[in-house]
Structures are given as C-alpha cells and as structure tokens.
Design a protein around this ligand. Structure first.
Ligand code: FO1
Length: 316
C-alpha cells in the first residue's frame, strides 16, 4: 500500500501521477482538513475537493480548484443580495452540490471520513481518501495589518487577502484534542511506501503531521518515507509557501524543506534547478534525489511518481 500525505494542488497532481503507474486501489491519501471552513452554513473541505476533482479528471485547469466547465449563477445572486459583501469565496453552481451534500450528511450524523468516501465513490475514484481527522482542526493565521496583528481564518488569509499580507504565526485550533481519522494510523503503520507530497509544509502537511499521533507514526516509518520538495530554486510554484517559510524562521529553499522533513523521511526529491544544493540537503540528514519536479502535465506527474516510488526501494 502507498500512503500519500496530501494538501491541495501539488498533492493532487502528485496523486494523479501515482495512480498513472500504480494500482489506485493500493493508494490511500491522508488529506489536510485544516483549510476547511464553514461558508454560508456549508462545510467546505478545499483540499479534499481539489484531490477528488483532480483524480476524477474534472478539476478546473485554470484555477487548480473547483470544477471544470463551472457556472456561477448562485454567486452572482449572492453578491447582488449582499451588495458585494458576500461571494468573495467562489462556490460554483456544480461545486455547491458537493458542499450541500457534505453538509447535509454531516448534519445527519455521518463522519467526515464517511462522507468523503461517499463523495469519492460518486466520482469513481479508485484511490481511498482519508481526512486527517474527523475532529475539527482549524488553521488560523496571525497577520500584520495596518491596525496591528490580527488572527484570522485560513481562507480569510488565503482567498480574502490573496495571501498578500505578512504572516507572523500559524496556529492549529483544536489540535490538542483531535484524533487521527479512523484507519489513518493503521494505514501508515502498514504502508510499503509513504509519500510526503509537494504541498505547503506549514499549512498543508504541517497540520496532517501535527494531528493525533500521525507525525510520530510517520517518523516511525521514516525508512519507507519519501518527500517531494514544494520549493524550487527558493520559490513555491503556487501559493505562499516560500514567503511563509521565511516569515516563520525557516529557510525558503530545498535545504529548509530538508531540515523540516529529515525527522520524517529518509529521502527528499529536489528539482534539477537545486542540484547544486544536494550536499546541504544530505548534511541536513536526508538523502537528496535530483529529478524534474514540475508536474506541468500527466506525463511529468507520472515520471515524478516513478522517481518517488523507486526511491523507497533504494532507501529501505
Ligand atoms: N481559492 C481561491 O483562490 N479563490 C476562491 O474563491 C476559492 C474558492 C474555493 C471554493 C471551494 C474549494 O474547494 C476551494 C476553493 N479555493 C479557492 C481553493 C482553496 O481555498 C485554496 O487553494 C486552498 O485552501 C489552499 O490549499
């Protein structure tokens, strides 16, 4: 069994590569739910949805989130009612069906793990998707604004402020009492390979590792774990990972990523552009593997997956 620790877009592409070369029924993704939010009374799970829609081949290729061929009538009505105050978080008409279904099932008493399996089945995914927890863990971000430091929800930071404000702290509300989702720890214990996907280390993979013993379980399987750097030549391909790393005292480079993942993984795939830093990665205590890491299409994703899955055989 292959277990992937996953955030949003980068993880979804990595998983698409993995299922292109491995049997999907042998793949389990443990997905970050720290980004989850309640919007207009609806429970939104952005990373679960991004992974689901990508594996279904229905992701909007321009945004990397939401559904392809989407329409936006409900949002237009919402903006008109609220004179623009609402509707900054874009929920497409078809996408709304997912959130309505998830929220209704949660209200009926289903767990997030159960609803996620139902949504995955509807889209015909062969891969098993497990939320990191059925308990609420909420990523909160302290940002510096004109009025001083302010703690806000992750989507207020990411979408509402276009992740364009200085971050001084990231906090995971509810983490102390959250348990890992059902089966998550068993899957990690039994995995032949564990992949830390190229997602934001602080707000995507960080919450997964911090939840209910998941980090300890992965560290225990370090020899079987391979990570892929989301940072290439000091920059994140998408999103604020590079700026966040720097702001929170890490080096925004493959070396910074190596230092973060060395306790959890025995190998780190770094891009060819970072080949010159392989020695420093090694010195951080994790074996560097240099390969093309930009997943610009399905072929590149499959090629990267081949490198990642082969790496485990060389490691363990
Ligand atoms: N990202 C945006 O940049 N703008 C949006 O309006 C937006 C809406 C949205 C709706 C549903 C969903 O599942 C995801 C959505 N995302 C949107 C993406 C998402 O909020 C972020 O990319 C992740 O949380 C970061 O991994």
């Amino acid at each position: 069994m292959i277990v992937a620790l996953a955030g949003g877009v980068g993880a979804a592409r990595m998983l698409r590569g993995i299922v292109a070369i491995a049997n999907p029924s042998e793949v389990t993704a443990v997905v970050n739910t720290g980004d989850d939010t309640v919007m207009h009374g609806l429970h939104i799970s952005p990373d679960l949805d991004t992974v689901t829609y990508t594996l279904a081949g229905k992701i909007n290729p321009e945004t990397g989130w939401g559904l392809v061929d989407e329409t936006w009538s409900a949002m237009a009505e919402l903006r008109a009612y609220s004179q623009g105050r609402m509707g900054w978080f874009n929920l497409g008409d078809r996408d709304l069906g997912t959130h309505l279904y998830r929220t209704s099932r949660l209200t009926e008493g289903a767990t997030l793990t159960e609803v996620t399996a139902e949504i995955a089945a509807r889209w015909g995914l062969g891969v098993r998707l497990l939320p990191m927890s059925d308990d609420r863990v909420e990523t909160r971000v302290v940002v510096m604004e004109a009025g001083g430091a302010q703690e806000i929800g992750f989507q207020d930071y990411f979408v509402g402020r276009h992740h364009d404000v200085a971050v001084t702290e990231v906090r995971l509300a509810g983490i102390e009492s959250a348990s890992a989702g059902p089966d998550v720890l068993d899957c990690i214990d039994q995995a032949d390979r564990i992949v830390i996907c190229p997602s934001n280390p602080i707000v995507s993979i960080g919450p997964v590792l911090a939840t209910g013993g998941i980090g300890a379980a992965v560290a225990n399987r370090r020899d079987f774990t391979v990570a892929v750097s989301p940072i290439i030549a000091g920059k994140a391909l998408k999103g604020p990972a590079d700026r966040m790393l720097a702001a929170l005292g890490h080096e925004a480079s493959v070396v910074g990523v190596a230092r973060m993942w060395a306790p959890f993984a025995s190998a780190l795939v770094i891009d060819e552009l970072d080949a010159g830093r392989a020695g420093e990665v090694e010195a951080a205590g994790i074996r560097p593997i240099v390969a093309p890491t930009v997943m610009s299409g399905p072929d590149e994703a499959a090629a990267l997956a081949r490198v990642v899955l082969r790496a485990r055989h060389e490691t363990a």
